[in-house]
Design a protein around this ligand. Sequence first.
Ligand SMILES: N[C@@H](CCC(=O)N[C@@H](CSC=O)C(=O)NCC(=O)O)C(=O)O
Length: 295
Amino acid sequence: MAAELTEVTATKCFEGWQKIFSHKSDELKCAMRFGIYLPPQSEKEKVPVLYWLSGLTCTEENFVTKAGAQRYAADHGVAIVTPDTSPRGCNIKGEDDSWDFGTGAGFYLDATQDDWKTNYRMYSYITKEVSYKEQCKLPEVIQANFPVLANKQSILGHSMGGHGALVCFLRNPGKYASVSAFAPICNPSECPWGQKAFSGYLGADRDQWKFQRYDACHLMQDYDGPKVDILIDQGKADNFLTAGQLLPDNLTVVCAKKDVPLKLRMQDGYDHSYYFIASFIGDHIAHHAKYLKAS
Ligand SMILES: N[C@@H](CCC(=O)N[C@@H](CSC=O)C(=O)NCC(=O)O)C(=O)O
């Protein structure tokens, strides 16, 4: 059964279409929105698809309006799906109390704690293919409703979304052809944003954090999937880097131990913003297109 989608906007862009849809997610038990850019090639054939995961405070719109990705997606003939960053309006106590926890801060995990575990299931929403009920998980919704190739998908993201992209890739070897990130939270168990999110969504017990498998550095230690090169761009003038929220060096160490090729590009003068993302998004889409065309 095809999921019921409501088209919110449709805007022509570089000969393709940038659209926003809403749908009811059974996984998250609330209405969700996502963006999808359909390149001109998708009018004639199915195309590969990139999943972009945004950072704290974002909706499905930030990337769509600020990254300037549509030009490159049209050049390479890839679709880009941009989910929202959390469930919304679930009436959970404290969901709107801070910008780095709750609404806009789903952290791409499946919560285990009582208040959050019913709705905060962003990991399953983003990754899962098979539903026992109906199409309530994003890849199913996308594959059922749009001209995309089911077996050609890759994932990328920014900050909290970079963490999400790395986790989705490392936990599902072979599912995504490639992964890349802008200023990702590389080791959430060891930084204030991650510790706040993991304590709230997964509980205070740090052993559980490891068991639940949402830290890219831990996952990389156990990774035995395809050794595709991982592209990460990180601005050297990023306040969140100096505040110890991102910890790219920790990931570098584990990748070196595991002999996984990590291309970490430290970019002079760039901060954490979408100006930084817009400056390098073309390189990231070209990186993924290389894998998606070859796989
Ligand atoms: N409100 C915060 C800053 C929030 C912020 O910078 N969010 C980033 C992602 S941070 C990590 O996940 C973002 O992408 N913002 C949206 C945008 O359009 O720039 C503060 O006041 O410090």
